[in-house]
Design a protein around this ligand. Structure first.
Ligand code: HEC
Length: 218
């Protein structure tokens, strides 16, 4: 933007001195001021639109993350009520991915991730790993409020969003330090590569992770 103004001012100066000869100096100046003025306004408008889009995307991401969280919770609670934690594990295996898929539409991809995962399909990429490390640090420093991260790719316009998920007391039955042997064996059976036990209440369990690709939305 600064460069644009500079180039435009230089152009103006040149044109002004050139037009002096033609006695059009004043007129030319007005045009140039109008141009510089317009380009600043245009770019300010563009800036605001981008901010608004980002705000919209963030709000939509929050809503999708909430939907995924509450859908999973409902199914988990029902399953545990029906047949205990072991059935809860089976239910999670059956429904976690399909629910995430069903919410992934109109350019959005919705999921969960963690530094130590139960389902290897939930492994984080580099950006997610960096955010998860940051969330864990913020939690250990008792940072209050929701822990979130966003990123916009300047080239593709892809928007990314993450929200931390902490370990609640109820989660420790399947993710804690002392998981009962029968639950543990159900977990190992369904997820032989499980890394997602040993979490203390209040510690970072993982995060919701979402992406919005403008091109996929078309
Ligand atoms: C009945 C056992 C059970 C309980 C209770 C449970 N989970 Fe899980 N959790 C699972 C299973 C099974 C998976 C793997 C789901 C899949 O295939 O994506 C999982 C996966 C996850 C993941 C995705 C990352 C990964 O490790 O693959 C997060 C995040 C997570 N759980 C958080 C929680 C939180 C937070 C709670 C408490 C509110 C909780 N879980 C309670 C069984 C459980």
């Amino acid at each position: 933007m600064k460069n644009e103004v500079k180039v435009l001012s230089e152009k103006c100066d040149k044109q002004t001195s050139h037009s002096n000869k033609l006695n059009l100096a004043n007129l030319s100046k007005y045009i140039c001021f109008a141009l510089v003025g317009f380009s600043s306004i245009a770019s300010a408008v563009q800036q605001t639109t981008t901010d608004l889009n980002e705000q919209d995307n963030r709000n939509e991401a929050r809503a999708h993350a909430k939907e995924l969280g509450s859908n999973l919770k409902t199914r988990l609670q029902e399953a545990i009520k029906r047949g205990g934690l072991e059935v809860g594990v089976e239910e999670c295996k059956l429904v976690a991915e399909p629910i995430a898929h069903s919410l992934s539409k109109e350019g959005w991809t919705v999921g969960r991730t963690a530094l130590r995962v139960r389902n290897p399909n939930n492994k984080p990429d580099d950006w997610e790993t960096a955010q998860l490390i940051k969330f864990a640090e913020q939690l250990s420093e008792n940072v209050t409020g929701p822990l979130e991260a966003t990123h916009v790719d300047g080239k593709t316009g892809e928007f990314r969003y993450m929200k931390a998920i902490t370990t609640g007391q109820v989660c420790t039955a399947c993710h804690g330090e002392q998981v009962s042997p029968s639950v543990l064996s159900a977990i190992k059976k369904a997820y032989p590569e499980d890394e997602a036990t040993g979490f203390k209440p209040g510690s970072l369990r993982g995060a919701f992770t979402l992406r919005y690709s403008p091109t996929d939305a078309e």
